[in-house]
Design a protein. Structure first.
Length: 403
């Protein structure tokens, strides 16, 4: 049933129940100003059912032709599927795109921040304004418009502990010759944002890419050490189950670079709202069932979920490590006071063995990429089905053509 105008695909949930699962398919024909891909769910009798919100990503074709229009990746979301269930969809080329209300739009304020709007509501802002130590996401809204990260004030008010803990951020405390791009202490290094671009907006997701230069701080004169290219994608999910993906790439543009062994790092980090902290009644739980700081700090896990009370409602934030990441499953630098980081580096701190190191050198011209998913939810770990969301991330439903 595949022809030049329509391709029928079957999506299989596999052995897991699915909620808000993202699926994609590479079409043999591209779309653009004159043609658009439309995804329809098929009824049991094979007739066309409702059109599904979908988006196309032509940049992932893989063709060597820079002006290629031969194919693109079509992405859509399945709100609900039971384990073992299959659904069929028709992917067609149409003269007009399917119109859907809402979706994810991005308001880019040049030199300041990128605001991710899900429907009419602000979900988060990627802040990159001049004068900050490094970009971060703040605020981060969870269920019922409740902020799930600690308040950030610019300039940061005095007396607050760990003022470098801002929302969600990327940092490392031992770069090259012990340059500190983690804290905001004297002579700290910085991530200077050079550019932010909108990659996608639409009914399924919105995405930006941010280009940053990691600049040294210890010798009085800033010197570029490496580049950070970070993509942040936010999906159009209900506010009790927000999903965002981070793809973080470190590029050795200035010769090689070295990340040292230190717990003062988090390839992706969060500082949670005070009421969610373990010391204030919150709970830390990992993919192996470990509970609390004592069982989670420095331990490896595929994901860690941290939940607690926010204005009378239980809210949580999980960070998920991808199997292709260096150091998988990562160690976690997660504390009772709300700090929460995926840390591949501080192995001697975590193990107490100085003979074990987490150092990594990247050669000139090479790069190092990490993928993480952040899942912000209502309820505790089980109620939110964090495990199921992790399966969506690393083992999504399969898609195959129906011949």
């Amino acid at each position: 049933m595949a022809d030049s105008q329509r391709t029928v695909v079957e999506v299989n949930a596999g052995p897991h129940d699915r909620k808000n699962a993202v699926v994609s398919f590479f079409c043999n024909e591209g779309c653009g100003e004159e043609k658009f891909h439309v995804v329809n769910e098929l009824n049991a009798d094979g007739s066309l059912g409702a059109a599904m919100p979908s988006q196309c990503l032509a940049e992932f074709c893989g063709c060597d032709d820079e002006e290629c229009t031969c194919c693109c990746e079509v992405v859509w979301m399945i709100p609900d599927m039971k384990a073992g269930e299959t659904k069929r969809y028709a992917i067609s080329l149409a003269d007009q795109p399917a119109e859907f209300p809402g979706g994810v739009q991005i308001n880019l304020q040049e030199g300041k921040q990128a605001d991710f709007m899900v429907g009419d509501d602000l979900f988060t802002s990627y802040v990159f304004q001049e004068g900050i130590a490094r970009p971060f996401c703040y605020p981060v809204y969870g269920p019922n418009r409740k902020i799930v990260v600690r308040e950030v004030n610019l300039p940061q008010k005095e007396g607050i502990d760990h003022p470098h803990h801002k929302g969600l951020w990327v940092a490392q405390g031992a770069v090259n010759d012990n340059e500190d791009n983690w804290s905001e202490m004297n002579d700290h290094a910085i991530t200077a944002c050079e550019d932010v671009e909108i990659l996608a907006e639409g009914p399924v997701f919105g995405e930006i890419i941010a280009f940053g230069d990691w600049m040294s701080g210890r010798r009085g004169t800033r010197k570029k050490m490496l580049e950070e290219h970070t993509r942040v994608r936010v999906y159009n999910t209900p506010d009790n189950a927000r999903v965002m993906d981070w793809i973080i790439t470190f590029v050795a543009t200035e010769g090689g670079f070295h990340f040292g062994d230190t717990k003062e790092a988090g390839t992706l980090s969060a500082r949670l709202k005070e009421s969610m902290e373990e010391r204030n009644g919150g709970t830390i739980r990992n993919s192996f069932g470990a509970v609390g700081e004592a069982e989670n700090w420095g331990k490896r896990a595929e994901w860690v979920d941290y939940f607690g009370d926010v204005e009378g409602e239980v809210c949580g934030l999980a960070i998920m490590d991808h199997p292709e990441n260096h150091g998988y499953p990562t160690h976690w630098h997660v504390r009772s006071y709300g700090l929460f980081t995926a840390n591949q580096w501080g192995i001697h701190d975590f193990t107490g063995d100085n003979g074990k190191r987490g150092d990594l050198a990247v050669q000139a011209g090479d790069f190092l990429t990490f993928r993480f998913r952040v899942f912000i939810h209502s309820g505790n770990t089980c109620e939110a089905d964090v495990k199921g969301q992790y399966m969506n991330f690393v083992f999504p439903p399969t898609v195959k053509v129906v011949e």
